[in-house]
Every structure is written in structure tokens, then in C-alpha cells.
Design a protein around this ligand. Sequence first.
Ligand code: FRU
Length: 395
Amino acid sequence: MRNRFAKLLGAAAVPTLALGLLALSPTMYRALAQDATAEATAAATSAPAAAGWTTYTDDMVDGKVILPARASALPESCPPPKPKDHYTIAMSQANKAEPWRTAMNQQLEAEAQAEGFDIVFADAAQDNAKQVSDIENFLTQGVDLLVVSPNEAAPLTDEINKVWNACIPVIVLDRNITNTDYSMFIGANNVAIGTSAGQYVAKWCKDNNLSPCNVLELRGLEGAPPAKDRGDGFRAGIADNPDVKIIASQNADWLREKAVPAADAMLSANENVNVIFGHNDPMAEGAYLAAQSAGRDLSKILFVGIDGLPSADGGIESVLQNRIGVTFVYPTGGKQAIQWAKRILTQDVVPPLWVELPFSSIDPSNAQDVCNTYACPDATTGGATEATPEATAAS
Ligand code: FRU
């Protein structure tokens, strides 16, 4: 199937294509990237590397290239990073208090340590202004590379661009900003995850002969792209079953403590509720608590989440313990970020502009296997059968 992205890339023989892509609006970028099929990705062509830089090779990519490499990882006027004895990577985290973000930080730290980099962290505690000043501090300190997972896109874009324009490589993780003035973006496809969640719900409602099948939605922070993407994807995923209806939707900013009252209010207003979709596992767990307090029959409601952490309070255990019915492993990208940082800083490699990480679903049919694979507390085998970054992060 040829889509818009593939058509655009049909012009890939033009050497300036990748730079030409920069003229697209962020919305177009997102639409194109979301449309990207394997065919389109295969057709993506990197720009020739500028003097002093080398373009990445396919074996470096742990995922799928959505946007190819530009001529360099920095603005054209910047030289490639100078060789040094010691590098300091800065990590600006949106909110360390959330379990998935703690796992991301742990993974970054472990990988940085393994590679011999110093890494310094700042926690914005879900405050955009604090995250701007955290990044400004890193700029003043003169760190070698910035990794950033933005709280919200628009308020962080200028500051992130400023670092990149100061010739410091920037890797944006998980939540994108509104332009591509950075070295690279690494994250999973939240539209696809939302669509998978919606399709699971559509089938579950059908299998249970529910007509109508009423859904409550707990949304993530509105200015964070994954919230919109997961919500949009979910709506596309349920479209095949007209019995599925989203009867109420509230924002709980990704937080379990906000999800409890939000779910409580929606449950009070709606007697017949069959599914609760939380944009992440903490909100799905908060909804479970609210439904429990409201005296609902919990065995009749499907709770849907996203994150699938292997920790004691994470999504894999929740599925094994019959609270969350389905969740999705949402990779943190911490390990990949450090590996790309190493290539950019020490080998002058130009990374792809956008790398998409894979995700997978967890429901009762595979939860024990996933638990064994990621060494979650209820693993029945002697530990991880596969050394995974997520498992390392949680252990
Ligand atoms: C943590 C978190 C995760 C979620 C991700 C989306 O802040 O809410 O639970 O999957 O951010 O960006």
C-alpha cells in the first residue's frame, strides 16, 4: 500500500530530501511518520554525511527508522563533537515520581555506567517551567549531550532547540516536541498502541455479547503527544465494532492519584460501564481502586492500561493478578539513547532522525511468559530467558 509518506519518499533520489523534510510542519511530520509502512521505511534515504560525520548503518538500529539521517547530528554550522577523555550526559526527566520514568532513569544510568559515561539527572516534577530551567542549567554547565523526555511538547520546544543550536547533541525520548531541531527522536508508536488497545476492546465486547459496550477513558496530560496519539489510536481501533461507545472521558495527567477521583466521578454518573481504558497502567490501577470502592463487580469490567513494567507494582503483575485485563509493553528507550549518545559523541555518527521502538501486548494468555521473560516477581523460571533492557531497569 502506497501512502503519503511512501509517495513523498518516491522523490528520494533528490539528495536534499532529508533536509527538504524539515520544511514540513510538525503535524505533517507526525502524520507522515504514523503512516509509514515497512515499504515506506525501506525507501527512506539518508542525506549524504557532511564533512567529519558518518551516517549510521542499519545494524545500529534497534527498531525501525521512521525518518532517515540528515547530513549531521547538529546544525550545519556546528563542528562534530571533539574527542574527549570523559563525557557527561545530562538527562532532563519530565517527572521521576512516575514508575515508568523511574525505570527509564534506571536504564539510562545502568547503560551510561556500562559505557563509562557520567550521567546527571534533573527531575521536572511535571512542571514545564522547571524543566525549561533544568535544561538551561545543563546548558550553563556545558554538558556534552542532552537526553530529554519532555513533560509537554509546546512549552519545551524552544529550550530544546536552543541546546541543539548551541552545538550540543540532543536526543528526545518518548514524547516528541513540535519540530525536529534536535539530533534524534526515539520512541514507540503510540497511535499503533492505542489502536491495538481499541481492537482488543472491540473483540472483547463482541466475545461478551455486549451491546452497547460502554467505555470510560482516563487520558494522559493533554500537551504530551502520547495522550493524543493513544486516544486517537484507540478510537480507530474500536471503529470496527459500532457497539463500543466511549461514554465519558477525563484527564488524569498520567497519575494514579488523579485517576481515582476522576474514575469515581465517571462511575457515579454512569451505571453501565464495561471497559475502562487508562492511557497508562497507573491510571488503570487507579480506576480499578475507584470501581472497587464503588462496589462494582470487578470481574465484569475490562481494565486496559499501557506500560507493562516488570516491577512488583507494574502492569505484568497486575495482569497476572487479574486486575488489568490487557496492557502493552511500552519501551523506555533508555538503553538505546545511551548507545546513540555514544555513537554521536565518540564516532561522529549521524543517527536516523526518528527511530521507532517496538511494543507488545500482555493479557492473561501470555502474561506468565512475559513475566518469565522480563523476570517479574512471579516468574516461574529461574530468571530472564532473554536479557532485556526493561528487565534490567526493573530489577
Ligand atoms: C510516565 C508516562 C508513562 C507513559 C508515558 C507516556 O510519565 O505517563 O506511564 O507511558 O509517560 O509519555
